[in-house]
Design a protein around this ligand. Sequence first.
Ligand code: GLC
Length: 708
Amino acid sequence: MNRDAIEDLLARMTLAEKLGQMTMSPAGGAKTGPVRGEATTEAIRAGEVGSLLNIWGKAATEGFQKLAVEETRLGLPLFFGVDVLHGHDTVFPIPIAEASAFDPDLWEKTARAAAAEAAADGADLTFAPMLDTARDPRWGRMAEGFGEDPLVGMRFAAAKVRGFQGGDLSSPAAIAATAKHFVGGGAALAGREYAAADMSDRTLHETYLPPFRVAIESGCAAVMAAFNSVAGVPMTANVPLLRGYLREKLGFDGVIMSDYAAIEELIDHGVAADRVEAAALALKAGVDIDMVSGVYLSALPEAISRGIADMRDIDAAVRRILALKMKLGLFDDPFRRIRATKPLPAIDLALEAARGAVTLLTNDGILPFADTVRRIAVVGPLADAKAEMVGPWTLAADPQQCASILEGLRAALPDCDIGFAPGVFIDGQDVGGIIEAQALCEAADLVILCVGEAANMSGEAASRANPGLPGRQQQLAEAVLASGRPVVAVLFSGRPLMVPFLAEKARALVAAWFLGAGAGRAVAEVLAGRVDPAGRLPVTWPRAVGQIPIHFSERPASRPLESDDPFTSKYIDTSNDPLFPFGHGLSYAKVRLDGLQLDRNEFKSGERIRVTVRAENLSSRPAVETVFLFSRDRVASFAPQVLELKDWAKVELAPGETATVAFTLDAEDLACLDAALTPRLEPGDFDILVGLSADRRSLLSARLRCRA
Ligand code: GLC
């Protein structure tokens, strides 16, 4: 099958068959939105369906594919799209947890493993990676992405596209990636799912678009338009951003699909009076595939007759869909993935990823706990909760693959007496179990308190106005802390939880997110000191909901809080500081940075700046540290962000070892966006900063002048 053959096919297709190719329908399988009917065998046989979503498994997919290729007039193969966000059979840490590893090789490896598993279940495309920059923990979908920083997002995007698609999209172990949700959902009003986003073009181009640009530069096969509107234009009908930016500016010639029923939801957005107008608007914006709503099939013929839809746009959409199926090898062999051999579960990789995501937030030295500890009380509703360890968005996975924290601890510490009491449920008001839990604590040498969210309290349609401990878990935590025994608190969540009291009162606080198959073992190994906690926060962790949105790269206030003058940008009831800054995470070792050096003190366009810093391991333990490189433009045409992430490097140090960490900055890496939102290097002074987090007070800094 080649481009000429596609043209030949197009010429033979009826309007209904063309609109069928533009229709993606559910067909049983996972429900990921309001149910609006499913593809029937009659519809598939009539050529009215081009792809199916969230149906997997050899038998199911083979049956549908046979129907399409053997019983339709033209025998056009379907493609199967499945949400493979952090694993298919084998569950990896949720993306926000995996981002904590700051390890693009790992990000690529888990995507590749997931692709092979999903492909062997019949998936040809995944609705991933999720590339929404997220700075609002009220928004449940923070769990699904890379966090708050666009540079992390760009590297995450490239790694995931490489991992899912590999070097040959027709390979039976490769699946097409879909960069989603284009764009701006992370800035939804008040962190509420599906709500409108409103931001400047400058912020859009600085913060939200870059991960999508890199995904497309990396060859991503598809893009999914977001549910939300941006500056009053719903993304599903957004001509400037879909046609103008994706197609014309970036030259994206892959498939653009709507999100679930989003084309019909243009009516709810108030920009379409009916399904006909909704279909016409989406087509005009360049949306090729209608996921679930069915309005392309049912309403575009009338839109054509009303003169508000153009047959050329339909043909262009069908060409892109057929080209995708060609790249996937589906014309040569529609069953190539369905009949592929299922790989063995990637349990070792899942454990590696889980180990890299465990993040130690506070530690007064209680961790790693001493060998003398014999009686451990494991308390809380997340302690023995396998099913929660998978986190949101695991469609095919069996939670039984996840060892619970209790199981992980008992396996790691067979000589310890490890008691368990849930105390309370994850949610709900029953406090009847607190007394038993407190009694267990009082008899223990150490308490491990496992609290947080259920897996379904983050992800889609899971915004929380009070993202703290749900139910009566805070009461349990207070009772456990009142026992007077040393308490290590382990948090499970899809977002930062507002728990300043735990940071203050527990002897140590660990972010364990949702770590998937490796959860129990990875957490136990870190608490026992067999693995050094290497996770570093990919998001700023607020102290209070009132600080949200909070992130390290804000623009300066007119009166920054740099003095105790009352007339400065601050709260009168809490600190401006987050509970934990971006990049924060402790290790059991102690690494000191010093000796920041630049190989020049001025530069001009086209030149490179070499930045070096010394990292010394002051401890008797091996250290793995993540060193961050930031910049700050001191004066620019537009108010420059107070800190911009430019690179990071992981460094491993033996006990007592000192190493030099080196970065290379291209001059153009320090460009800002001019009035036309085009990168431009401006003359003037820059700070180059290095540190172990985005806490500006802890950064080493050197001045550099641009002579542009
Ligand atoms: C959902 C989500 C999207 C997902 C799609 C298919 O509504 O917004 O992320 O890929 O539908 O399940």
